[in-house]
Design a protein around this ligand. Structure first.
Ligand code: DPM
Length: 360
């Protein structure tokens, strides 16, 4: 196996040289679980590889009392990890795809997107409300979420409910819900709850008519140095083509809207045969305004590998083993859907939402 200079070598018990790959992770329990799951996939595929896990804490983990949308910096959870990648201290970083901006800093790329978990949002009730749903909760019940996207859609759909910020990692939020009387329920991504082993706390999964999900929600992404051909090759086997195509269309949509993680933008995608379907929407903060549209495109799910030496990068993603024709089609779908919404005034809605949120 060819080795690049930034891969260190260790001797295993048989004296056989094998590669040491270091995986950077945030220290939160969810980040550790996500990194471990990618590590065990890699271990299955490459039994000779030595994996080391390096845990770091990021600004996003340290600032627990401010709403994510107000801290402003898009790369909140990713910056320190990218610094470590750049300095060759780690070779691979596993992220929730939805935390990665649609354009990555130069020198980095997403080398794999793994099969998506349930991408939908879930309602977690205070135990005393067991059995109720957002429809049947008493008027003025307080729902905890600091996602502008969730709040906008749910305010529109459930005007009788009230919404308040809640921050912290998943453990902290569940504690805040259970041990106080501040919130009737909180809204979290089903995928995160499942990975933490808290699926039993899900009392309701929100379908697209109630709340569409965030771009990339539920999918794990593997970030690497763009120049590190060996590692790129190695992680490319983790790509799940349906998920890659869906997430590229979603990211292209968000990118064309110039939205970050702190704008009320939501999506829904499906792959059926060779058709890729994308629904995307932008909302005012109070949910009163909504621009929403759907489009579809034919993607060939053949396995025409990208033979060309220069790999194509689509919204930060290098998917070496997915057909480049399909990747291009997926990207075009997202761009075109966004252009349609921009023609209908999406820019104004987003600009106003940003200003209002900054002023609050
Ligand atoms: C982003 C948002 C949130 C996270 C904004 C959004 C939720 C923030 C909040 C971009 N990142 O969704 O509208 O509720 O205050 C995050 C979670 C996961 C990845 C937790 C969650 C796990 C699920 C996954 C935080 N990032 O959303 O419940 O892998 O998608």
């Amino acid at each position: 196996m060819e080795m690049s200079e930034n891969i260190s070598i260790s001797q295993d018990g048989n004296g056989k040289a094998s590669r040491v790959i270091r995986m950077g992770t945030r220290k939160s329990q969810l980040a550790r679980i996500q990194t471990d799951s990618v590590a065990s996939r890699l271990k299955e595929i490459y039994p000779d590889v030595h994996l080391e896990i390096v845990a770091m804490s990021t600004i996003g983990d340290q600032i627990l009392d401010t709403a994510l949308s107000k801290i402003g910096e898009k790369s909140l959870f990713t910056k320190e990890l990218e610094n470590a990648l750049e300095r060759n201290e780690v070779d691979i970083v596993v992220h929730s795809l939805k935390d990665l901006p649609t354009s990555l800093p130069p020198g980095f790329t997403i080398g794999a997107i793994l099969q998506r978990e349930n991408p939908h949002d879930a309602v977690v009730l205070h135990p005393k409300n067991a059995g109720l749903t957002l429809d049947s909760l008493p008027e003025k019940s307080v729902i905890g979420t600091s996602s502008l996207r969730r709040a906008a859609q749910l305010k529109r759909r459930f005007p009788q409910l009230e919404f308040e910020n809640i921050r912290g990692n998943l453990n902290t939020r569940l504690k805040k819900l259970d041990e106080k009387e501040d919130y009737t329920a909180i809204i979290l991504a089903a995928a995160g709850l499942k990975r933490m082993g808290w699926e039993t706390r899900i009392s309701q999964i929100l379908g697209p008519e109630d709340c569409m999900y965030a771009v990339g929600q539920g999918a794990l992404a593997v970030e690497v140095r763009a120049q590190d051909k060996d590692i790129l090759e190695m992680v490319s086997v983790l790509n799940h083509s349906d998920t890659v195509l869906r997430c590229i269309s979603e990211r292209a949509f968000l990118n064309q809207l110039e939205g970050g993680c702190s704008v009320p933008v939501a999506v829904h995608t499906e792959v059926n045969g060779s058709m890729l379907y994308l629904t995307g929407a932008v909302y005012s903060l109070d949910g009163a305004e909504c621009l929403k549209d759907s489009m579809e495109i034919c993607v060939e799910i053949d396995n025409k590998v990208n033979e060309s030496a220069q790999e194509c990068v689509h919204v930060g993603v290098t998917a070496k083993n997915v057909s480049s024709v399909s990747l291009e089609a997926a990207e075009k779908l997202g761009v075109n859907l966004a252009k349609g919404l921009l023609n209908k005034g999406a820019k104004d809605i987003l600009t106003t939402a940003r200003k209002l949120n900054d002023a609050q």
